[in-house]
Design a protein around this ligand. Structure first.
Ligand code: SAM
Ligand code: SF4
Length: 525
């Protein structure tokens, strides 16, 4: 007769662990097979299924003295996995997809890499520094695997795509390398695969699977955070070939998802409790341009999609990222005037203020065209917060070019920006340019840009003092709340005792401004 084993995770006061072990072992007829202390703050008891009733009776009588609560009951086959995500929101979303595929195979997620039977690194290669971080973590994991030989290590994302088999060759402790278009095959690959392998095919005719998230199948050893906002991927890849950028090589050709699949996903998210959706793509403005996304409408654009998602009942806030200015339509800008739930924040990466550098970057717009877009956006939505991405020290960038970047910062007066030193990436055209800028010059330009941007941020932030803004609550504490304004500013509400949940929208008056966040107090409560 085979014995069916089950596992039970208990969160228990660590001081009571030996007491629990003693009682269970001593208890007549209850076969305790193993206890694993401190799995993510829990103990795991593995026991034969037919003893379940006896175990539960015993635990309920001990509950008060153990100070414990049951986290989860799982079959014995369950394995723990840990995902570390590097880089952009696309990677965050891909990690969620991989997690769901694993939940469906009865894996459990842990936030402690030491406990995991499977570790996945979802990697980024946008700049050399991001890639170096992954490589050094893989070095640490080599030692970890020596201590725990059953551990499986999987590398996913852009470094996986770029380096492929080379990772397996150079790092024999890695079991699986899975490219950006192959993540949906993760669970099957883990089951089938018995020797280290790499799957990194990038197909030109790739189609994004109609994968609908199921927010109910989240198996985690930790307390589950309330899900109130989510990314929704609407397209993959990029066809723009900006000369500095590795994305077209690591994520392949641009492909848009069918509008129906996106809307189904939006409905599923709302049913799972989501209140805010961010539509995601490398260049959402060109959604629907490279392939048909609607059977009934051959001219289905991003603005149509945005308006359709805004109609999904229950969505309270809508955002999108990222937009290449070369494809920005007037209709999309007008959405900021007439789509009520679209947040007044536009992340519009410019990369440089110099037309010469923009042309060498292959961005296909000029500074003047960009400024016209900024003016139009502000006329449609005067309170809009505009943020950007900026690269300093691109090959051939002279002092005059950099001054043009600084003057663009003054002209647009960005609410915020992500700014980077140019970094050579494999396979890109700019890597072959021979007029590279010295590291010390790049660092100095970055410092000058960021110092001025910080001053401008503070000025913008101070202009909110005295205003009342709707804030979506993100974190609730015993005596404080933290939320986000539509403009994407983080708003702290200290000394606030109010019974609410993440995702609720409350009004707050702004009473203080810092460089990177605002402080407010709740109104009308
Ligand atoms: N698709 C977005 C766009 O067109 O603006 C950008 C996505 S990229 C993942 C994020 C940012 O990384 C870029 O906007 C750019 O500022 C920065 N970046 C990309 N390649 C870079 C490089 N080689 N060196 C420095 N920064 C880089
Ligand atoms: Fe990279 Fe340019 Fe594509 Fe953005 S638009 S992902 S910067 S190639």
């Amino acid at each position: 007769m085979s014995i069916v084993l089950e596992s039970l995770y208990l969160r228990i006061n660590p001081a009571r662990y030996h007491y629990l072990k003693f009682i269970l072992e001593a208890y007549d007829g209850l076969c305790l097979l193993s206890t694993v202390p401190e799995i993510a703050g829990c103990v795991c008891i593995r026991y034969p299924k037919e003893q379940a009733k006896k175990l539960y009776n015993l635990l309920s009588s001990l509950a008060a003295s153990l100070n414990s609560n049951c986290i989860q009951k799982t079959p014995m086959s369950s394995k723990l996995f840990f995902i570390k995500t590097f880089g952009c929101q696309m990677n965050e979303r891909d990690s969620e997809i991989m997690a769901q595929l694993l939940y469906e195979k009865e894996y459990i997620e842990t936030s402690e890499s030491d406990d995991a039977d499977l570790i996945i690194l979802n990697t980024c290669s946008i700049r050399a520094k991001a890639e170096q971080k992954v490589m050094s973590l893989l070095g640490v994991l080599r030692k970890h695997k020596k201590r725990k030989p059953g551990l499986k290590i999987c590398v996913a994302g852009c470094v996986a795509q770029q380096e492929g088999k080379r990772i397996i060759e150079r790092m024999p402790h890695v079991d699986l390398v899975i490219g950006t278009q192959n993540i949906y095959e993760l669970a099957e690959l883990l089951e089938k695969q018995d020797k280290p392998s790499a799957l990194t095919s990038l197909a030109d005719d790739y189609k994004i699977p109609a994968f609908i998230p199921n927010l109910k199948t989240r198996n985690k050893t930790d307390k589950q955070p309330v899900i109130f906002k989510k990314f929704l991927t609407i397209m993959q890849g990029c066809n723009n070939y900006c000369t500095y950028c590795v994305v077209p090589f690591t994520r392949g050709r641009e492909i848009s998802r069918e509008a129906d699949h996106i809307l189904k996903e939006a409905y599923a998210l709302v049913q799972g409790g989501v209140k805010e959706i961010t539509l995601l793509g490398q260049n959402v403005n060109s959604y629907g341009r490279t392939n048909t996304v609607s059977k009934n409408d051959s001219n289905y654009t991003f603005s149509k999609l945005l308006r359709a998602v805004a109609e999904v009942p229950g969505v309270k806030r809508l955002r999108f990222t990222t937009s290449n200015p070369k494809d920005l339509s007037d209709d999309l800008m007008r959405c900021f005037e007439d789509v009520e739930i679209l947040c007044p924040h536009f992340h519009l990466p410019v990369q440089s203020g110099s037309n010469k550098i923009l042309s060498r970057m292959n961005r296909k717009y000029t500074r003047e065209q960009y400024l016209e877009q900024v003016a139009a956006l502000r006329s449609y939505c005067p309170e809009i917060a505009i943020t950007t991405d900026m690269i300093v020290g691109f090959p051939g960038e002279t002092d005059t070019d950099f001054q043009e970047t600084m003057s663009l910062l003054e002209e647009v007066y960005y609410h915020g920006s992500y700014s980077f030193k140019y970094s050579d990436r494999p396979g890109t055209r700019s890597k072959t340019f021979d007029d590279k800028i010295e590291e010390s010059v790049k660092s100095e330009r970055l410092r000058i840009f960021q110092t001025r941007q910080d001053e401008i941020c503070l000025e913008h932030n101070q202009s909110y003092i005295g205003k009342t803004l709707p804030i979506m609550i993100e974190k609730t504490g015993k005596k404080s709340l933290v939320g986000r304004a539509g403009t994407n500013h983080l708003v702290h509400l200290p000394d606030t005792v109010y019974d609410c949940n993440p995702g609720d929208i409350l009004k707050a008056e702004i009473i203080h401004a810092g460089h990177h966040s605002l402080r407010g107090c709740l109104q009308d409560i």
